[in-house]
Design a protein around this ligand. Structure first.
Ligand code: HEC
Ligand code: HEC
Length: 284
């Protein structure tokens, strides 16, 4: 057997074990686990982001608007802190207003809270900076900076109707429940057929879509670098704006493929999960 084939089989086995351990549906706050069907109906019933007309006309309103710009035009407004070609809205779709793509609506009510990856209590500002360092492959914003305060203000405004500590049923991404064995070479075929024409044949991005691997993508410490999470995001949201979808199996395979391509390193992640709780699909 060729060495490459052995490596591929070994990789596939490791990936299969990790996907097999995909966390059960999320429990947020004090509520019961939310499965795919009940998530959808709960979200349909409760998801109601405030309308932009309710942004106050004062200084606070200006902060909120700047925060929104930081999310949708991070390349421009957050330039100094970004180390890749992404904007927050590329994953937190529709400026954080999409209930299937790690929405920001309501989440301020959940902070501060203990974050296992950090091994400590984190504030919303800390969590935003984690995405700057990992998803954006960049640098954290200074704690009291106008720009960080603005993003916090935007997310707080999106959370104003959620009492502190209340449950956020749409939090995160709807997770796929599948025991399919990820097959990275199979994922390459899916990628070429269903992703490359927007994301580029080398994952480098095009005018139509951002990069999914390579030096201008998220780094290995990002949440999206985890196969289970990426597969769920892809299943729920890709291809963007087209009438067709991918199956669960295709999403798992293609997530395994893109997340085994080269991407920026993240040295800081050797300090992750200092007190345990590391998910099986973390890529290290
Ligand atoms: C029709 C074009 C199109 C197709 C096809 C498409 N995407 Fe995307 N994808 C996008 C766009 C546009 C975004 C950014 C969305 C935004 O900013 O609103 C995106 C975002 C993403 C992201 C998060 C941001 C990033 O670049 O890391 C991932 C991961 C992703 N797509 C994976 C895939 C995969 C895998 C496929 C194939 C199954 C796929 N996409 C097919 C257009 C597309
Ligand atoms: C490559 C995709 C990607 C990009 C780009 C990205 N994020 Fe994230 N972000 C994620 C994922 C995935 C999660 C975790 C979702 C989960 O755990 O289900 C997350 C989580 C978060 C959270 C915590 C959400 C919660 O429910 O507690 C915040 C806040 C956040 N990101 C802010 C930002 C900001 C601000 C930016 C831009 C500076 C950004 N992110 C860019 C993918 C991304």
């Amino acid at each position: 057997m060729k060495r490459l084939t052995i490596v591929r089989i070994a990789t596939a086995m490791v990936l299969w074990m990790t996907i097999g351990c995909t966390p059960s549906p999320r429990v947020v706050g004090n509520q019961e686990p939310v499965g795919p069907q009940s998530r959808e109906s709960t979200v349909n019933a409760l998801f109601a982001p405030p309308s932009p007309e309710t942004i106050p006309g004062d200084l606070r309103g200006e902060q909120i608007r700047l925060g929104y710009k930081m999310i949708v035009a991070t390349q421009e407004y957050g330039k100094r802190y970004v180390g890749n070609a992404l904007n927050c809205t590329n994953c937190h779709l529709d400026g954080g207003l999409n209930p299937n793509a790690a929405s920001f609506v309501g989440i301020a009510a959940l902070y501060p809270h203990y974050h296992e990856r950090a091994g400590r209590r984190v504030t919303l500002a800390d969590r935003i900076n984690e995405c700057f360092e990992r998803s954006m492959n960049g640098k954290p914003l200074p704690p009291d900076s106008v720009k960080l305060t603005a993003i916090v203000a935007y997310i707080e405004w999106l959370s104003k109707s959620m009492p502190s500590g209340s449950a956020v049923p749409w939090r995160g991404v709807p997770r796929i429940a599948s025991t399919h064995q990820p097959d990275s070479p199979g994922g390459k075929k899916v990628y070429e057929k269903k992703c490359a024409f927007c994301h580029g044949s080398e994952g480098q991005g095009t005018a139509a879509a951002p990069p999914v691997w390579g030096p201008r993508s998220y780094n290995i410490g990002a949440d999206m670098a985890r196969i289970g999470l990426a597969a769920s995001f892809i299943k729920a949201n890709m291809p963007r704006g087209w009438g067709w979808t991918v199956t669960d199996d295709e999403a798992i395979d293609v997530a395994a493929y893109i997340n085994t391509r080269p991407r920026p390193d993240f040295p800081g992640m050797t300090h992750d999960w200092p007190k345990g709780g590391k998910p099986a699909d973390a890529p290290y």
